[in-house]
Design a protein around this ligand. Structure first.
Ligand SMILES: *[C@@H]1O[C@H](CO)[C@@H](O)[C@H](O)[C@H]1NC(C)=O
Ligand SMILES: *[C@@H]1O[C@H](CO)[C@@H](O)[C@H](O)[C@H]1NC(C)=O
Ligand SMILES: *[C@@H]1O[C@H](CO)[C@@H](O)[C@H](O)[C@H]1NC(C)=O
Ligand SMILES: *[C@@H]1O[C@H](CO)[C@@H](O)[C@H](O)[C@H]1NC(C)=O
Length: 487
């Protein structure tokens, strides 16, 4: 599948970064640190951490092999069928006129100028079924699909329609979901030169939501949208960079009142935006399938110290770091490299191949590409591979609902600044110096994250674990509560 080319419009060079947010201040400080300085303080901290850990941990806990871990998925007190709502959330799914969702699917062949979207929108956005990976979750009702990376909005919709916390009476609801397939729509208009035409359906949506009786009660603050594409695609008015085809959905006053779940938030100004995982390929319907996969990746042999799967990018900024990662990986005997070329995209999008390389690697490099985030982060977590980040905006400022607050628990950070200077870090050396116990500890933490970053099969009735949608619904309610208290 082809990615849209944003080479001349990299958002982190185009955007105005306001100085007010405290996250931004932290980012600026970190970007000013030279990599060497950063790394030495990083290792100093690491040393301290290890020192205290060895003091505190009994050897048997530290050396416990991962296979012996009893994997409970946080469902011990579930009702036996797992089908009851285990949250205070009561979600009302608005039924929108079809022009906002299902009509878009009718023209899936021409929807996206680069790709025939028909296979990707099939099975409610899961895409085409694929053979089971590592023999897990196979058979007739398989749980593996060739899922498109930009399709979370459809999967979310399907899952919420069958969700145990869905209510049919708006009077009983505390969350209101507006199922607009905004990502599918915006990508069908990237080449539209007329700005009013490009914005028309978004403006229409904003007018429509304000006419809903449920809107008036809280000015839309309890309504939410889910976007399968990055926030940058919907911020044309506030993002004063070159035009790369975005519309202005997220700049509209009504939408600014809503909560917006997106695979990539605008890290500086996106205060109503919340990061949700990119969908990977695994959509299990039972905790037995999840546990089998858990066990597979926990026990997997990992002969490669690290791996990189990705394509080169041309142009300035962070994308240039990819060339450096490809060079270093190619030159290292301990790195497994898969270079994605436009001529042979299959190499990088064969789920079985991608996951088996990641499941055979201890670390997976996550370079920013056309934007800060990558679907590959979630493929790596699914494969139990510790992610290595080069920008805080690839995950740390994005997925607060999903990932541990402390980055060192589950990842390695190599500071690449803002990409304006060449990366001087020797990645193999950095990774090889991390003590094996630390690697093991991080990997256990990564494997624990798998259920919550997974989009379960939307037809699952007795799931038995909390998936990405469950986490989002709970976090939204909590967020909404604190937001409404303030107003
Ligand atoms: C895991 O824990 C559950 C619940 O405590 C228990 O029933 C089960 O036997 C344990 N499994 C293993 C392999 O220890
Ligand atoms: C869910 O079940 C319905 C009814 O059996 C079926 O028609 C539909 O294809 C299923 N959805 C998915 C995504 O498999
Ligand atoms: C947005 O919310 C505020 C209250 O916080 C309300 O006054 C305003 O009317 C809302 N805007 C729209 C477009 O509904
Ligand atoms: C990897 O290195 C070899 C030997 O220097 C070179 O021929 C090859 O083109 C490199 N591959 C990539 C993808 O850079």
């Amino acid at each position: 599948m082809m990615l849209r080319k944003l080479r001349h419009a990299l958002p982190w060079t185009a955007v105005d970064k306001p100085k007010s947010s405290k996250h931004h201040k932290a980012d600026q400080t970190s970007s000013k640190l030279k990599p060497a300085l950063f790394l030495s303080s990083f290792f100093a901290l690491w040393f301290l951490l290890l020192y205290f850990r060895f003091d505190l941990l009994r050897p048997d806990t530290a050396r416990r092999p991962p296979a012996a871990t009893n994997l409970t998925l946080g469902v011990a007190d579930d009702p036996p069928d797992g089908s009851a709502c285990r949250s205070r959330a009561a979600v009302y799914v608005h039924s929108l006129p079809p022009r906002f969702n299902s009509d878009l699917l009718l023209r899936c062949r021409s929807l996206n100028m680069y790709t025939d979207m028909c296979p990707h929108v099939s099975n409610r956005g899961l895409g085409r079924p694929i053979p089971s990976v590592a023999g897990i979750g196979g058979g007739g009702g398989g749980s593996w699909f060739a899922t498109n990376q930009f399709i979370a909005e459809m999967i979310f919709h399907a899952r919420l329609e069958n969700h145990p916390c869905r209510v049919r009476d708006p009077a009983l609801a505390n969350l209101f979901y507006v199922p607009f397939y905004a990502g599918l729509h915006v990508s069908s208009m990237f080449r539209e030169r007329s700005l009013p035409a490009r914005d028309a359906l978004a403006v229409d949506l904003a007018e429509h939501v304000q006419s809903l009786p449920t809107w008036q009660r809280r000015g839309g603050h309890d309504h939410f949208l889910v976007l399968g594409r990055t926030a940058w695609d919907f911020l044309r008015l506030s993002n004063r960079g070159p035009d790369f085809g975005a519309n202005s959905l997220l700049d509209l006053p009504a939408v600014r009142n809503m909560s917006v779940l997106t695979v990539e938030r605008q890290p500086w100004t996106g205060s109503n935006q919340h990061g949700i995982p990119y969908p990977s390929y695994f959509h299990p319907a039972t905790s037995a399938e999840m546990l089998a996969w858990h066990k597979h990746v926990s026990e997997s042999d990992r002969p490669h110290l690290f791996s990189f799967i990705g394509g080169p990018r041309r142009g300035p900024g962070m994308a240039a770091i990819r060339d450096e990662l490809i060079r270093q990986c190619n030159e290292s005997a301990r790195c497994e490299l898969v270079v994605c070329k436009p001529a042979s995209p299959a190499a990088c999008h064969d789920p079985g191949r991608v996951l088996s390389i990641m499941a055979a690697s201890r670390f997976c490099l996550q370079a920013p590409g056309d934007s800060f985030t990558r679907r590959s982060v979630f493929d790596a977590v699914l494969a139990g591979c510790v992610p290595v980040f080069f920008s805080p905006h690839t995950a740390y400022t994005q997925y607060r609902w999903y990932l541990p607050a402390e980055p060192r628990e589950y990842s390695v950070f190599v500071d690449a600044g803002e990409g304006e200077e060449p990366l001087e870090v020797e990645i193999e050396k950095v990774l090889a110096e991390i003590p094996p116990e630390e690697v093991e500890r991080m990997r256990r933490r990564v494997v624990e994250l798998i259920p919550r970053i997974t989009y379960a099969h939307p037809n699952a009735t007795a799931l038995g674990f909390r998936d990405a949608v469950d986490v989002a619904v709970d976090a939204l309610l909590e967020h909404m509560g604190s937001k409404l208290e303030k107003t």
